[in-house]
Write a protein of this length. Structure first.
Length: 273
């Protein structure tokens, strides 16, 4: 019978391997079986896990930021509609209220839409593509662990036969051949990960740095657009006779502080490019 075409045979074989690996893991945890240690690989796997967590977090936070801006502009539009209803069209503040509503609508249509597009194209999509590579690496890590358990289990068996030979003269050569084959398979997967993980992490400079730069530039453009449009409305209300309930000096001080923050963003090296 062709065992390769028999799914039941393959299932039994896979189940047996899983049981053997579980038993090997238990024996290694209690110290009854020697465990192969690879410091170089362990360091690379640790770096990968840290890198994976950071990339996923910044992707999640960038999406949260964009969702928050969307929610904020929607709330602004609702507030502008409410403010507009406070004033009669023919009153001194009626035109200013209408201007405020129109400015907030433009802020959502122009600035927020531009921020939305820029963030999605230059930040979320590139990060999303990078995240798509992580499952392949995690699968390779799982495969390596399985192949390592197979090798350690066969290596332990070979050593026992070497120390206490079997009555079967072919037992040790057969076990040693199986051990060598398992080690070759394990070494292939292990070497691939040790080589490929640093390459993935090195993508931070050419891949992630431009993404961060794009995010900051998008924020700067949005904040400058919002500040410009709302400053015009402030002056419209002042011309209509609204004082804002505070002193002129306090308003100038606040405006100076806002402009100071925007200037600090402009002075960032990545915004000067």
């Amino acid at each position: 019978m062709d065992t390769q075409a028999n799914p039941n045979h393959n299932n039994r074989k896979g189940f047996t391997k899983a049981v053997n690996r579980a038993a090997t893991g238990v024996m290694q945890s209690i110290g009854t079986m020697e465990k192969t240690i690879d410091k170089e690989y362990e360091e690379e796997e640790k770096r990968f896990k840290v890198f994976e967590a950071k990339v996923e977090k910044i992707h999640r936070e960038a999406k949260g930021y964009l969702d928050a801006v969307r929610a904020m502009t929607v709330a602004q539009q609702r507030m502008a509609e409410t403010v507009d209803h406070f004033y009669d069209e023919g009153g001194p503040l009626g035109y200013a209220g209408l201007q405020y509503k129109q400015a907030v609508e433009k802020l959502d249509e122009e600035c927020r839409n531009e921020l939305d597009t820029n963030c999605r194209v230059t930040v979320l999509e590139p990060l999303g593509k990078l995240i798509q590579a992580f499952p392949d690496f995690n699968e390779a890590i799982k495969k390596r662990q399985k192949k390592l358990l197979d090798y350690d289990q066969l290596n332990s068996k070979s050593r026992k036969l070497a120390e206490k030979p079997s009555n079967d003269p072919q037992a040790y050569p057969t076990a040693q051949a199986a051990t060598n084959q398992a080690k070759e398979i394990y070494d292939t997967v292990n070497s691939q990960l040790v080589t490929e993980i640093p390459k993935l992490i090195d993508l931070r400079v050419p891949y992630l740095d431009p993404t961060f730069e794009a995010l900051v530039k998008s924020q700067l453009a949005f904040n400058e657009g919002a500040y410009s449009k709302l400053s015009e409305i402030q002056r419209a209300f002042e011309k209509a006779g609204a004082t804002g309930g505070g002193s002129v000096g306090a308003g100038d001080e606040l405006e100076g502080r806002v402009e100071g923050v925007l200037q600090q963003m402009r002075e960032l090296s990545i915004c000067g490019k």
